[in-house]
Design a protein around this ligand. Structure first.
Ligand code: SAM
Length: 236
């Protein structure tokens, strides 16, 4: 009798495990069929460039205050090709363009056409003619395969509605051995603001897991920022 009970219990737990295994890929953000956060980009439907420039490029915003240290930490060589995905108002695009010089190339990639047009305008005004604009969609960077050495995301990963599709597209766009830099808000109960806690989907460890699962290896975790983490991955 004990033997039968044990047999049934073993079958029950095996069934449960199998069910959970089948369920996991469907619920992981990397395989999500639905947007993981359908509302997160509502402000960027038809954004007012000047308004957002005074939000993104203002003293007091950590990535703005530390922008030169951030660019220096990447050690970008002249002549390389880098994509600023989620370029916004071009805070980093223009700095990268100065760094890589006109033998290099910077792609300003954003879902908001108005941002891309104005990033191109402000870049041209500074003589930065090697900036190219790309209006993408939520599931693709729309960059050609193996077209870039670096992809940079500042305050953008948590805006990805389909992180799995975007990471796959970034992986395809990078040359083998290419690098992916991610700066995003730390999400730590008791430390982060209530706005960050509700606005940002995943914490640093979850992001590392998602990016690693998408074919990248964590290379550096730079201790440069306080409100944000700053990670560098290499394309496997
Ligand atoms: C908070 S802003 C950050 C802008 C800029 N990187 C910065 O740090 O100043 C996020 C940007 O990501 C863009 N965005 C959201 N989802 C995106 C996606 N899947 N691909 C490219 N850009 C995206 C938004 O339009 C917005 O410009």
């Amino acid at each position: 009798m004990y033997h039968n009970i044990l047999k049934h219990a073993a079958r029950f737990f095996t069934g449960m495990l199998l069910g959970l295994t089948l369920l996991l890929p469907a619920t992981s953000p990397l395989n999500a069929q639905e947007s993981v956060n359908p509302d997160i980009n509502r402000h960027y439907q038809d954004p007012d460039f000047e308004r957002w420039q005074s939000t993104f490029e203002r003293p007091g915003r950590e990535v703005y205050d530390r922008r030169h240290a951030i660019v220096d930490a990447l050690e970008l060589e002249p002549g390389i090709r880098i994509a600023d995905v989620g370029a916004g108002t071009g805070l980093f695009t223009r700095l990268f363009a100065k760094q890589v010089g006109d033998t290099g190339k910077v792609y300003a990639v954003d879902i908001a056409e108005n941002f891309v047009e104005n990033v191109l305008r402000t870049s041209r005004e500074q003589g930065l003619n090697h900036v190219e604009g790309v209006v993408n969609d939520q599931k693709s960077t729309r960059l050609p395969e193996q077209s870039v050495d670096w992809v940079f995301l500042s305050d953008t990963y948590h805006h990805f509605e389909y992180p799995g599709d975007m990471l796959a597209s970034i992986h395809r766009a990078l040359r083998p051995g290419g690098k992916l830099a991610i700066i995003d808000f730390r999400k730590q109960p008791g430390r982060s603001s209530s706005w960050v806690m509700s606005h940002v989907r995943a914490n640093k460890d979850q992001v590392i897991d998602e990016v690693t699962d998408a074919g990248f290896e964590l290379e550096r975790d730079l201790p440069l920022l306080e409100e944000n983490y700053f990670l560098i991955f290499q394309r496997r």
